[in-house]
Design a protein around this ligand. Structure first.
Ligand code: 6R9
Length: 665
């Protein structure tokens, strides 16, 4: 079969219910792939031993471990507990010791076009200097450090310097407010905050330091002794003498040699806060040995990484788990060469990402469905203007990817040949859990498909019984895995209640899922996004996919609005593709499009899924990590005052939506 030939069983229908296309790996790809089908068998034969051999092969241990898994304290696992190692040594020093010091670790691309290339040897010196400087500020093993930075080389260095000292870092996304920062500093009782004067975003210098100053005036922040400030934009900053210290002064002056702190495998590596169903963010705790094992194993096998030749680019910010596992730890432990980019995809123009791919000959790209749909919205002539032929593996993460967006990603970005890996995982799981393996799995548009080797995932019903193929229910993880969270910082009970009480003894992920006739897993969105209309369970994702499959729709968000008769009614918000947007500018035009789309959903999924209303909007409200805030759309759909919109990436979006709707379009 030619390289790009695919098995197109039924190409017409674009929604999850009917999606039956599959794309087997090309023989050329399969022949050179890191992953082989036998991995599944090896792992199934002895799951625990499988992980032990990965830990031995992929990491360098100071003291080898003799015990693999201790589950006696369930649900808190201990992996490789009597081994010792250091994360920064694994990510940096050992590559230099192995003669790879001249290999590029980071190609930094600033938003304004400034660049910096850092080899592994340079990274080792920089991380060691930073570790010495941070230690001189009084930070030692076990002390928590909050990192509040844009995407810079220093951000990666800061994380690794903390790891080098055995001081758990807690990265707070640079887009979070002073109050969000304060509550995280207080919860972690941090002793140091590392920040910058600001960063460049959409062509302007956006300040960060003022948020730190404000946060530190707030309650519960007395633990902070110093603020270490990177100079990025050169903007004016307020300075607290004795507390604030410039990075470029103390780090440059520090010794480039530093002996890493050898820690136990179960020593905390980081805390990362994530939002839960209640208001208080959860500090997800990850430890060292198991986390690094799974981050590096998955990065190597799911992306087919060839560290000598690949150029890898993950577009996530280090403020999210994807940035931790697939910008910092996974790639660097594997000795990869990667790109990191400071800015937004449309600065200074909408081809910026593709320009970067062309410039660095990026071969592996890892991004989110929301970014792919945004690029679809901008039009395929933009990526068509760049040479993307270096791309050989494409990854997706963060939310279910609609088959339509998947197909566009494959065709327009991947040249109809690069395999797509749709990777399901969470902040809590630490690393990928469900994903195709390129070269092994025949990929299906819209499905994360199979648990990775060594991972036990299933879909169960209300009574925790696995559903048969073709059935739907809740996604669970039934065996401990190396990179699993070790708890919620300071709140063991909340850890047990949140993840282990719905189905005793097994981890409940909070996602709905179904198994297709082959037993492959399709993620259907958070269970709180699952609607119940007249007793039928409907997935927001399925209806959104159906809407996006219509040629006029660029992006869609669906919510269930309370309804007296049916329990919930489906309300859809759609953004139209550029060339169709004008049609919706009159009330008649909008009404007509709405009718067409309602009928389209009814045809694709069934009359039960037909939206009660389809509202054409200019934008959708998204969090800074790109997740649609359906809660706010529900407020609009239920004619309520729109609730707290402060965690939106762009808080004016709700005003735009409300203004558009009240003017009748
Ligand atoms: C890595 C990350 C976790 C939630 C998760 C699920 C959704 C992530 C997905 C996916 C379908 C995928 N999610 N990847 N849903 N397919 N490939 O995003 O972590 O920010 O903690 O979010 O994201 O709902 O439960 P996090």
């Amino acid at each position: 079969m030619p390289e790009n030939e695919s098995t197109t069983v039924q190409a017409g229908l674009e929604n999850l219910l009917h999606e039956t296309r599959a794309f087997p790996p090309s023989p050329e790809f399969a022949a050179q792939a890191n992953a082989q089908a036998s991995l599944y068998e090896t792992a199934a034969a002895d799951r625990v031993e499988f992980w032990a051999s990965q830990a031995r092969d992929l990491l360098t241990w100071r003291t080898p471990f003799t015990e693999t898994l201790d589950w006696s304290g369930a649900p808190v696992a201990r992996w490789f507990a009597d081994g010792t190692l250091n994360a920064a040594h694994n990510a940096v020093d050992r590559h230099v010791e192995n003669g790879l010091g001249d290999r590029v670790a980071l190609h930094f691309e600033g938003e304004g076009g400034d660049t910096r290339t850092v080899t592994y040897a340079e990274l080792q010196a920089e991380v060691s200097r930073a570790a010495n400087a941070i230690a001189a500020l009084g930070v030692g093993k076990g002390d928590r450090v909050v990192i509040y930075l844009p995407m810079l080389v220093e951000s990666v260095v800061a994380m690794l310097a903390c790891a080098r000292l055995g001081a758990p870092h807690s990265v707070v996304f640079g887009g979070f407010s002073a109050d969000a920062l304060r509550s995280r500093i207080a919860d972690a009782e941090a002793s140091l905050v590392i920040t910058a004067d600001g960063g460049f975003r959409r062509g302007a210098a956006s300040a960060l330091k003022p948020a730190v100053d404000e946060a530190l005036k707030g309650e519960g922040t007395d633990s902070v002794g110093h603020v270490l400030v990177v100079r990025r934009t050169g903007q004016d900053v307020d300075w607290t003498e004795g507390r604030d210290v410039w990075w470029h002064e103390v780090v440059a002056a520090a010794d480039p040699v530093h002996e890493p702190e050898w820690v136990d495998a179960e020593h905390p590596l980081f805390i990362l806060y994530t939002s839960g169903t209640t208001g208080k963010p959860k500090g997800i705790l990850h430890t060292t040995g198991g986390y690094l094992t799974q981050a590096s194993f998955t990065h190597r096998s799911v992306f087919d990484l060839k560290p000598e030749t690949d150029v890898y680019w993950c577009t996530a910010d280090i403020g999210w788990i994807t940035g931790h596992s697939y910008v910092v730890y996974g790639p660097l432990v594997n000795g990869a060469t990667q790109v990191i980019y400071e800015g937004t995809p449309d600065s200074p123009h909408r081809g910026r990402w593709w320009e970067i791919v062309e410039k660095y000959k990026v071969s592996i790209l890892y991004t989110a469905p929301t970014a792919i749909r945004t690029c679809m919205k901008w039009g395929e002539d933009i990526p068509a203007g760049y040479d993307l032929s270096s791309l050989r593996v494409l990854g997706s993460v963060g939310e279910p990817i609609n088959p339509e967006a998947w197909m566009w990603y494959r065709r327009v970005i991947g040249g109809d040949k690069a395999p797509i890996v749709d990777t399901w995982w969470q902040t809590e799981t630490g690393a990928m859990m469900i994903s195709p393996l390129p070269g092994v799995t025949a990929t299906k548009p819209g499905s994360a498909q199979v648990a990775l080797p060594g991972i036990a995932a299933d879909v169960v019903d209300d009574e925790a019984h696995p559903v048969p193929d073709g059935g739907g229910g809740y996604l669970v993880l039934s065996e401990p895995w190396p990179s699993m969270l070790r708890g919620i910082w300071g709140d063991l009970q909340r850890f047990k209640d949140t993840y282990w009480s719905r189905f005793p003894g097994i981890y409940f992920a909070g996602d709905g899922a179904k198994k297709d006739e082959d037993g492959d897993i399709w993620l259907l969105g958070r269970v709180d996004d699952v609607m119940n209309v007249s007793g039928h369970r409907l997935s927001t994702t399925e209806i959104e996919s159906a809407l996006v499959s219509h040629e006029v729709v660029a992006e869609a968000a669906v919510v269930g609005a309370a309804d007296e008769t049916t329990g919930q009614a489906v309300v859809a918000f759609v953004i139209l593709r550029g060339e169709h947007a004008a049609k919706a500018e009159t009330p008649e035009g909008a009404a007509e499009i709405s009718e067409v789309l309602r009928a389209h959903v009814a045809k694709e999924i069934g009359p039960i899924a037909k939206p009660r209303r389809v509202l054409v909007v200019p934008e959708l409200p998204k969090t800074r990590s790109g997740k649609i805030m359906r809660r706010l759309l529900r407020d609009v759909a239920e004619n309520r005052t729109v609730g707290d919109a402060t965690t939106l990436a762009d808080s004016s979006v709700m005003d735009l939506i409300s203004a558009g709707l009240s003017s009748g379009t």
